[in-house]
Design a protein around this ligand. Structure first.
Ligand SMILES: [Zn+2]
Length: 392
C-alpha cells in the first residue's frame, strides 16, 4: 500500500490539513476514489528522522544482559577493550545491526548513516553483517555504510586493503580516524583515505576527535585535500571537537573554508566536551547535523534509537530555549541530516518520499522536549509502525 490519505494532521505543528501520498511520495491535489484513509486525529506530523552518525554494528542493545562498562579513560583504551570484548564474545554485527535498525524504524527514523568497523581482527565481517541488515531493511529504511578504520590504518598492516575490499563490497563512504592523535602521520593517513575515495568515486566521513590546535591542523589538511581533489560537497567531518575549543577567529576562518567547500559536520553534542556550536556553524552556512554515535556498546552505556532525544540533547548542549531554536535542534536530526548525508527526496513537500511520523504534541518544540510515543510511522507511503511497535 503506497497510496494513503492522512486526514487531519498538523505538519510541523501548523494548521490541520490532509496529506495525500501517491506511489510512495507526497502528492498534491484531491485523493482519488478508493485511496486508503488513516485518521490523523489532529496529531503533529513530522518528516521521518535522520540518524547521521551511529555505529549499528557495535551495539549491545539487543543482548539480554546489561554490559558492565569498565573501560579506561583514553580513546586507545576504548578501542582495545572493544576488540578484546568482540574476540571473547563472538559479537555478531549482523544480528546487532538489524536489531538496532528495527528499533530506529519503530521510533521514526527511516535514514541512517552507520560507520562500520573494518580492522585486521574482524576483517570485513562487520561490513558483511550491516550489508545484510541494509538488504533486510530495503524499502523501509535507507542505510549508508561508512567503511570505518576504528583501530587506525597505519599501525595495522593490511587495513587499507580491507577498506578497499569493504568499498568494493558495497560500503558507500570512506571513513577515517584522528590523523594526528591516533595515526601520528596525518599526511599518510589522508593519502590513503582520499586515495580510496578517488579510486572508488565515493565520499569521505572522518572521525575527528582531536582537540584544539591539533584538531584544527588536521581539519586544515582535510579541507586542503577536499579542495585539491575537487571533492566539494562530498566530505563530512564527524565530531570536529576542535571547533569548540579554538579561538573564535580561528574557528570562523575554518568554518568559512568549510562553507566554501561544502564540508558538513556531524555532531553528537556531548555534554562532556567542547563542541562545534550549532549557531556558529549555521551562521557560517556550514551544514551541521546530529547523530548518537555508538548506542549502548563497549564505548558508552548511553544513546537511544530515538532521534527526538538526540534533538533534545543538541538543544540542551547549545542552550536552545526559544521554540525557533528548538526547531533548529530538530532540523539537525531531519532536513540538515538528509542534506549532510546526501539522502534524497527528503521532507514534507510534494514529490518527497513519504517518510512520516505522527506524535501527540501541541508543537514541534513540545515534541522535542517530551519525546512522545510514535503513534504512526510511515515509510515510502506504507504504515510500518504503530504506537512504537513495528508491524509484521
Ligand atoms: Zn562514531
Amino acid at each position: 500500500m503506497t497510496d494513503l490519505l492522512l486526514r487531519n494532521v498538523r505538519p510541523m505543528g501548523g494548521t490541520a490539513t490532509d496529506l495525500l501520498v501517491r506511489g510512495g511520495r507526497i502528492a498534491a491535489g484531491p485523493a482519488p476514489a478508493g485511496t486508503p484513509v488513516e485518521d490523523g486525529r489532529g496529531l503533529l506530523l513530522l518528516p521521518a528522522f535522520v540518524e547521521g552518525h551511529t555505529h549499528l554494528d557495535k551495539t549491545t542493545f539487543h543482548l539480554p544482559d546489561w554490559l558492565v562498562n569498565e573501560v579506561g579513560p583514553r580513546i586507545e583504551d576504548k578501542i582495545d577493550t572493544e576488540r578484546e570484548w568482540r574476540a571473547r564474545t563472538g559479537h555478531d554485527a549482523g544480528v546487532a545491526s538489524l536489531a538496532m535498525a528495527r528499533a530506529f524504524l519503530a521510533a521514526g527514523t527511516t535514514r541512517v548513516r552507520s560507520h562500520v568497523d573494518v580492522d585486521t581482527s574482524g576483517g570485513t565481517r562487520h561490513i558483511e553483517g550491516v550489508l545484510a541488515t541494509r538488504e533486510a531493511m530495503r524499502g523501509l529504511q535507507e542505510i549508508q555504510l561508512v567503511a570505518f578504520p576504528q583501530s587506525g590504518i597505519l599501525g595495522r598492516q593490511g587495513t587499507d586493503t580491507l577498506l578497499d575490499a569493504a568499498l568494493s563490497m558495497g560500503a558507500d563512504i570512506v571513513g577515517g580516524l584522528d590523523p594526528c592523535a591516533i595515526e601520528r602521520d596525518p599526511v599518510r593517513h589522508l593519502d590513503i583515505v582520499f586515495g580510496l575515495a578517488e579510486k572508488h568515486g565515493k565520499p569521505v566521513d572522518i572521525h575527528l576527535h582531536e582537540p584544539g590546535t591539533m584538531g584544527a591542523f588536521s581539519l586544515d589538511l582535510i579541507l586542503e585535500r577536499t579542495r585539491a581533489l575537487g571533492m566539494e560537497g562530498r566530505v563530512v567531518v564527524s565530531h570536529a571537537f576542535c571547533l569548540g575549543d579554538i579561538p573564535e577567529r580561528d574557528r570562523d576562518g575554518l568554518l568559512a573554508r568549510m562553507a566554501a567547500l561544502g564540508v558538513a559536520i556531524a555532531t553528537t553534542a556531548p555534554a562532556s566536551r567542547p563542541v562545534p556550536l550549532v549557531a556558529a556553524c549555521r551562521a557560517a552556512v556550514v551544514t551541521i547535523f546530529g547523530g548518537n554515535d555508538g548506542i549502548r556498546d563497549t564505548w558508552t552505556p548511553y544513546g537511544s534509537p530515538d532521534m527526538l532525544e538526540r534533538a533534545m540533547l543538541i538543544g540542551l548542549r547549545n542552550n536552545f530555549r526559544r521554540d525557533d531554536e528548538v526547531a533548529i535542534a530538530f532540523d539537525c536530526v531531519s532536513a540538515a541530516g538528509a542534506k549532510g548525508c546526501g539522502f534524497e527526496d527528503y521532507g514534507l513537500e510534494p514529490g518527497a518520499r513519504a517518510d512520516l511520523v505522527l506524535v501527540d504534541a501541541r508543537s514541534l518544540a513540545e515534541a522535542v522536549v517530551t519525546r512522545p510515543p510514535r503513534r504512526l510511522v510511515v515509510s515510502g507511503g506504507r504504515i510500518v509502525a504503530r504506537d512504537g511497535a513495528l508491524l509484521a
